[in-house]
Design a protein around this ligand. Structure first.
Ligand code: SF4
Length: 253
């Protein structure tokens, strides 16, 4: 704190005025309860730091930063038909990230992922894995509902995928499980059919990624539940630390 604070700047009236300013400043500080001045080097260094501009902390952006960057997104044509952006839900340090295709009608209405009939089935799958749904981060490749629940188009995926990649980079989960062909193909950058991809770990940015069927597909083809159970059992093993050879050690493990 400057002793010149009483007149708002440097004194201009010579030594007498300077001393008068100092005296008034000290009287003011004494009246405020101050008892002496801390001139320790650490204190001076801390005061000097107050003048420096604030900098962003190093490290990846948080989910909040990413959501703020997304904003009221109009990067692809899907914004016209949406009611709400479905960003994703779950803890920012989740060990498991589930990635679906895109919001349906109920998700669009609530702004939350997997809350319709397929969402209920997904909740049961998560429970069968011995997990609470609240412990898993759930999101989609695209964040706005396509008209008539059609598949997202390549330009829409291209516009939205960078945000999903950033979400995964921020969370750094132990394991990703993609639900349906669109999510697996988008994250793995392949056109290979899901039947070829599922059932064995793939690698996404050093993270174990298990492609499996979408719960909506299971509602139509319940005979595929056995295959999904086999897939998620491998995910459970990965979460417990038994990662597939060649993949990075699980977070914190
Ligand atoms: S789908 Fe994604 S890129 Fe397209 S408008 Fe919605 S948030 Fe933006």
């Amino acid at each position: 704190m400057s002793v010149y604070a009483s007149n708002g700047g440097c004194p201009t009236g010579g030594p007498a005025s300077l001393i008068d300013d100092i005296r008034r400043s000290l009287e003011h500080l004494a009246a405020a309860g101050w008892r002496g001045f801390d001139c320790a080097p650490e204190t001076l260094a801390r005061l000097a730091a107050w003048d420096r501009p604030l900098e962003c902390p190093p490290g990846p952006a948080t989910l909040e930063h990413i959501a703020a960057d997304l904003g009221d997104c109009r990067r692809c044509k899907l914004w016209r038909g949406r009611r709400r952006i479905v960003f994703g839900a779950g803890p920012s340090r989740a060990a498991l990230v589930l990635v679906g295709e895109g919001p349906g009608q109920e998700e669009d209405r609530q702004g939350l992922p997997f809350v319709g009939a397929a969402g209920e089935l997904l909740t049961r799958i998560i429970a069968a894995m011995g997990l609470k749904r609240e412990a898993v981060y759930i999101c989609n490749v695209i964040k706005c509902r396509p008209p008539d629940n059609r598949n997202p188009e390549p330009d829409e995926i291209a516009a939205c995928l960078p945000f999903l990649r950033r979400q995964i980079a921020a969370i750094r989960p132990r394991c990703i499980c993609t639900l349906g062909a669109v999510a697996a193909q988008a994250l793995l950058g392949t056109q290979a059919p899901l039947g070829q991809l599922r059932g064995r770990f793939q690698q996404y940015d050093g993270i174990a990624l298990m492609p499996t069927y979408h719960p909506a597909y299971l509602l139509r083809y319940p005979e595929k539940k056995r295959a999904v159970w086999q897939d998620v059992q491998q995910v459970m093993a990965a979460l417990e630390g038994a990662v597939h050879p060649g993949l990075r050690t699980p977070q914190g493990g």
